[in-house]
Design a protein around this ligand. Sequence first.
Ligand code: GLU
Length: 502
Amino acid sequence: MPEGFLACYNRWAMVEITPESTETTSNTGVRVRFAPSPTGYLHTGGARTALFNWLLARSRGGSFILRIEDTDEERSTEESTNAILDGLRWLGLEWDEGPEVGGEFGPYFQSERKELHLKFADRLLKDGHAFVCDCPKDEASDERPKFDENCRERPLSEQLKLLAKNPALPLRLKVDPGQEIAFTDMIRGEVRVSTDEIGDIVIVKSTGGPVYNFSCVIDDATMNITHVLRGEDHLSNTPKQLLIYEKLGWKPPQFAHLPLIVGMDRARLSKRHGATSVTAYRELGILPEALVNFLLLIGWAPKDDREEFTRDEMISAFSVDGIGKSSGAFNTEKLFWFNGKHIRSLTDEEYLRHIFEFVPNEWKKAKRDDHIAKVMLLFKDRVTHFAEIEELAWYFFRAPEEFNEDAWQGIIAGSNSAAMVLKEIPAALKALSEFDCEHIEELVRGYAKDKGLKLKDVIQPLRVATTGDRFSPGFFEMAELLGASEIAKRSSATLAKLSADN
Ligand code: GLU
């Protein structure tokens, strides 16, 4: 072997491989990784993969590693990396190691490890497990299985000559045809694939960049990853990666391929099913604990039929055995319901802290915080996600301009007593000595009794007049916060519309 092997070939590194950076199996304990490509947002599917990895690490006293797979320069963006990091932190899925950035662990970036990947490509070439391929072809056909006798059997010295003439040649792994690759997936059981379906896969492209399957193996191996839990869409990559482990003489990790997340119609989850990114759920006012609990149950089931888990309970209950083979459906309604339950378990203080972030500025300008807080607390038992608050509580901050047609017809226009109620109650409310919930209730109940009306025949017209519809928090609490003169104003406007209609 000439000194300065591949020196002619300056795309590839010439550094000696040091033992610490490679030979890998001296690990102790579970080491898992989440390896997203920063080409978009943090998808709910990705978040679930991260969660399952994190849980496996936490439940087994192991380490959770974050590796940003940013080797696709054209598609990778810093914005996407930040969205992934923020999303994981928000979900509480902190990673355990990485280069220090501002006193915290940063992630590992795959692009910074290219030199290491290429060193192993060199090694495979030297050892005769990889070869330079000069078949005329465009790289788009890399996916097609191919065994090329001519290139495979060329002596190394000739391969190097070829490279010296034309460095833009890919490096392929020498794969034996007609062999079976078998592995046991922790979720799917035994998987068998023939090398005939794989061929001599490219490991370094003609541009000099290692391909995903190659970088992934080098990184997983040199990071001592013990378990690879990733989406089922990577199942076809695993046999290729196993061949690379084999040629490098390394013990592969255990693999578990998670079934995809689908929508309620069983189609692959997409925008058409609603929000698909973690950021979007954050913006809708979903609590991270609720999202994590919800993601846990997509594809994983506990031994009992429990649904609600604290973080610690998840950690102790989780195991890969509980992950099912079939795809899990993402049911947004259920997420909202779940989130509502989490909201109700917050203290009032926590609830207010969260919901204030969603209170529109114009409300904040119009009313004092303590008033807004009282309004918000009326919705604590009905809000399912914080962003809904504007739609739920607007009538505390402005009068209705329109009325729900059914409510108008059934409760105002079609009632004999509504006009009387809307005239008399506001006047009586104005005269109340103490304007609080209890006194309002006493007054309204007394009025209903005196007039021989049902309580709802008094309350509903007032509710429609003040909110435009028939649903709101309890009327007495609401009335206390709206104030007597606002109720009077809205009641008169309703009466004016009623007489204009007649
Ligand atoms: N970077 C790959 C992706 O985002 C994941 C690779 C893996 O987990 O092995 O799909």
